[in-house]
Design a protein around this ligand. Structure first.
Ligand code: BG6
Length: 477
């Protein structure tokens, strides 16, 4: 394994992700004493800046995006930061970068938060300047391509200089505590695993709903759409964590071997197993908001909502649908997974109904796990026992009060520095995700499927409700 990095080289250091997530995460890690005192951070971007100007820039970003109580030792944090102007497409600039790094080129953690079309020139430049040696590892931010072919091109370009065990493909959902907790829930408890299969589970629902629209990202988003922006990466990662076999241990290859088997077992969708939508003007959180086409300034066929009925074709999941839905401008921001169990095989109580158990895993904003159970309604039961569903509820922040709720990138940056790939996506996973998603898009093109309009603030087009209801399933709301 490559040793801990002593320098973090951040490309796209003045970009949006850097301001909103990366600099605040680094500052929070520093405040908690989690960065090695010797770690230096070198930011690069196209604009000219001195170290002092970059530090001011970083201070403003941290003050805007990190709560005050997490900003301890800000002055010392800022002293770790340095800056080197670089146009990554100009080969001659990399020598200056290497000079600026003087003596710190052996144990580099490189983070590319730039457009993927810049990855190839960046990798070539790094290699030529001697910055891609054995002690260097590289983190890649999404989007990693727009389809399988373009993703392979990016992966091939990176592979010129970095072997797979030094490539860290980021899916920030894997940095979320609650997503990692899925592994703990499944594999550190004995009671779920025996039931975690087609014999006992009726279906699974995964919802990633957002209230935001596309706003300033409209042009980028229009090239992408909900399927590629959310399903291809975050939702398929969630699905694979729910569906995977137990890995032998919590180690990068063991975990990723199991995830990729699930991704490869995804059945191509049949006609009628997907619904797409695009929001129109409406109201979200009591505020009137414009439609997608108004934000974009023209008509478009890009979906801002998608609902799918997926299947994992293996023994464990035979016949168990995985309903996935995600969209912008939905009524609430919620990411959750519902595992719906089957009914008891024989109900001994007459004159009453037992609702099948369900396990609801709240990823965000609420972090709770609720198991719904049937219980006896207190009473003398002169006409037989009556039953009612009651929740067995674990509020995670409550259960772990006093523990810091961290930004997903804090964990991911630290793992990049430490060279631990467990929470990063391997090439074969990304490619299996793209292969499945490409087939869906091909089918949409073949069927001439157009996104159905839905009002901002609703749960998407009614066809999405019908997709589940046809099977007697209601989306959890
Ligand atoms: C990003 C998508 O990957 O994830 C965005 O590009 C989306 O469109 C975001 O808003 C959602 O992330 P989170 O952590 O807010 O759920």
């Amino acid at each position: 394994m490559t040793s801990k990095a002593d320098t973090l080289l951040l490309f796209g250091a003045t970009g949006d992700l850097s301001q909103r997530m990366l600099l605040p995460s680094l500052c929070a890690l520093h405040a908690d004493g989690l960065l090695d005192p010797k770690l230096q951070i070198l930011g690069t971007a196209r604009s000219q800046m001195t170290d002092a100007e970059f530090r001011n820039f970083a201070r403003a970003a941290v003050e805007k995006f990190l709560p005050k109580q997490r900003r301890g030792g800000m002055a010392d944090f800022l002293n770790r930061l340095h800056y080197q102007q670089l146009d990554v497409t100009q080969a001659d600039g990399y020598a200056d970068l290497a000079t600026k790094l003087a003596g710190r080129t052996e144990r580099l953690a490189i983070f590319l938060s730039t457009a993927p079309k810049l990855f190839e020139p960046t990798i070539r430049g790094l290699e030529k300047a001697g910055l891609a040696g054995e002690g260097a590892r590289i983190g890649l931010e999404k989007p990693l391509g727009l389809d399988l072919a373009s993703s392979c091109e990016i992966n091939d370009a990176v592979a010129i200089a970095f072997p797979e065990n030094r490539i860290f493909r980021i899916d920030h959902y894997l940095g979320k505590e609650t997503v990692q907790n899925l592994l703990a829930l499944r594999f550190a408890n004995v009671m779920f695993e025996p039931l975690w299969n087609a014999t006992h589970i009726d279906h699974v629902q995964i919802t990633v709903a957002e209230t935001v629209g596309v706003e300033q990202r409209a042009e980028f988003y229009d090239q992408t759409g909900a399927l590629r922006d959310m399903v291809q990466n975050h939702m398929l990662q969630l699905l694979s964590l729910v569906a995977m076999e137990p890995p032998t241990h919590m180690e990068a290859e063991a975990v990723r071997d199991e995830k990729v088997k699930v991704l490869r077992a995804l059945r191509p969708l049949a006609a009628g197993e997907s619904v797409t939508g695009q929001y129109r003007a409406g109201a979200v959180d009591g505020k009137i908001v414009p439609g997608y086409d108004e934000e974009l300034g023209r008509d478009s066929q890009t979906e801002t909502f998608v609902a799918l009925k997926a299947h994992v074709d293996n023994w464990r999941w035979k016949g168990v649908p995985f309903y996935l839905r995600t969209g912008k401008r939905l009524p609430e921001r919620v990411t959750e997974i519902l595992v719906q169990f089957r009914p008891v095989p024989h109900l001994i109580f007459s004159g009453t109904r037992a609702k099948p158990n369900a396990l609801l895993i709240g990823i965000q904003p609420e972090e709770n796990i609720t198991l719904s159970l049937m219980a006896k309604v207190p009473g003398l039961d002169r006409e037989g026992m009556s039953l009612r569903e009651v929740p067995l509820d674990i509020d995670m922040p409550d259960a772990f009060s006093g523990k810091e709720r961290r930004i997903a990138y804090e964990r991911l940056i630290l793992d990049l520095i430490d060279c631990d790939q467990t929470l990063f996506v391997r090439r074969d996973e990304v490619e299996a995700q793209w292969a499945w998603v490409d087939a869906i898009r091909e089918q949409w093109a073949k069927e001439g499927l157009e996104p159905k309009p839905y009002s901002a603030g609703s749960w998407g087009p009614s066809a999405a409700i019908a997709l589940a209801e046809r099977d007697g399933v209601s989306w959890h709301e």
